[in-house]
Design a protein around this ligand. Structure first.
Ligand SMILES: Cc1cc2nc3c(=O)[nH]c(=O)nc-3n(C[C@H](O)[C@H](O)[C@H](O)COP(=O)(O)OP(=O)(O)OC[C@H]3O[C@@H](n4cnc5c(N)ncnc54)[C@H](O)[C@@H]3O)c2cc1C
Length: 278
């Protein structure tokens, strides 16, 4: 993604990444598959920008020994309280071991890493579309937009009502949330497209932001091209170092008429929505 002009970025500057020792405050289930981890962290960690991530050194637990660190988006960061939050799906070796962390445990975390989202001061309303863990990445963006005086229309896609998370979190920052579900068919791409078109007609779609679903990414790319709406996407890719050195997370992107390779950890994880190749 071409970096926006400095003057256009309305999110604060990021701290330099560092390998930091955090202390677990809480690590609670939010539903059957997701946990919310809150850690007390040094000041530079709490300055993480929306879209940035930390590389977490997951502990040995339950006979499992996660070798590589696991990348995790910053779900919240409060310099005032000295806290950083993560929302994660307990999926495999690394996240199962994260799930075992109890209050008081230490958690080494490298970060904040990567390039996050940028907001243009001229935007009045942005549309944020997420699914699953994508909401963890998008929540701080909604809060930064609100702080910059930009309204947020959020569309949450989920399997069923029990899988819906973070609605209160988004609404607390003033976002207007619409939930669409697989269980009642409202997440059908044609229906989501109709909803997004309505927002655009009402002048409430100055930019699209997304994370967590290839299907939604493809839809937003097509609509963005047709309607002339810019956008950004936060991508997930298997990572090893998280620092741009190992090239494990390289994937192809469109740049003008060329296909170029970029490192998701170093050049992203947030990219121009039209440059991402699903
Ligand atoms: C920038 C970034 C931000 C992320 N933020 C979040 C978040 O906020 N919440 C959350 O639940 N998950 C997030 N993920 C995905 C998270 O890192 C994986 O879900 C997690 O690594 C799964 O690890 P595991 O050991 O439990 O699973 P395993 O299946 O045991 O993982 C095996 C390997 O695959 C990698 N891997 C598995 N799934 C993914 C994936 N979706 N993306 C990248 N690598 C993967 C693991 O890191 C590990 O190296 C993020 C990924 C990236 C790249």
């Amino acid at each position: 993604m071409k970096p926006p002009p400095e003057s256009s970025v309305v999110v604060p500057d990021s701290a330099q990444p560092a390998d930091l020792l955090s202390r677990v405050i809480s690590n609670d289930w939010v539903n059957a598959r997701y946990k919310h981890l809150v850690v007390a962290a040094p000041p530079q960690a709490a300055q993480a920008r929306p879209g940035q991530f930390f590389h977490l050194l997951c502990p040995d637990a339950g006979g499992e020994h996660p070798f590589f660190r696991r990348p995790m988006s910053c779900y919240g960061a409060s310099p005032r309280q000295g806290t950083v939050e993560f929302l994660y799906k307990v999926a495999g070796t690394g996240t199962r071991s994260l799930a075992s962390l109890v209050p008081g445990a230490t958690l080494p975390m490298l970060g904040p890493l990567g390039h996050g989202f940028s907001l243009e001061p001229a935007w009045r309303t942005i549309v944020v579309v997420g699914r699953g863990v994508g909401l963890a990445t998008l929540a701080p963006l909604a809060e930064a937009a609100a702080a910059a005086g930009i309204a947020v229309q959020a569309v949450f896609s989920a399997r069923d009502r029990d899988s819906v998370m973070s609605v209160e979190r988004f609404e607390a920052s003033g976002a207007r949330v619409t939930v669409v579900l697989d269980s009642d068919g409202s997440s059908d791409p044609a229906k989501v497209e109709a909803l997004l078109r309505r927002l655009h007609v009402q002048g409430m779609a100055d930019a699209f932001f997304t994370c967590g679903s290839t299907r939604l990414l493809v839809l937003l790319q097509r609509l963005g091209r047709e309607l002339g709406v810019p956008g950004q996407v936060a991508l997930e890719q298997q990572m090893a170092c998280g620092l741009g050195m190992c090239f494990c997370c390289v994937r192809p992107f469109r740049e003008d008429d060329e296909v170029v390779n970029r490192r998701v950890c170093w050049d992203g994880p947030v990219f121009d929505i039209q440059e991402a190749m699903p």
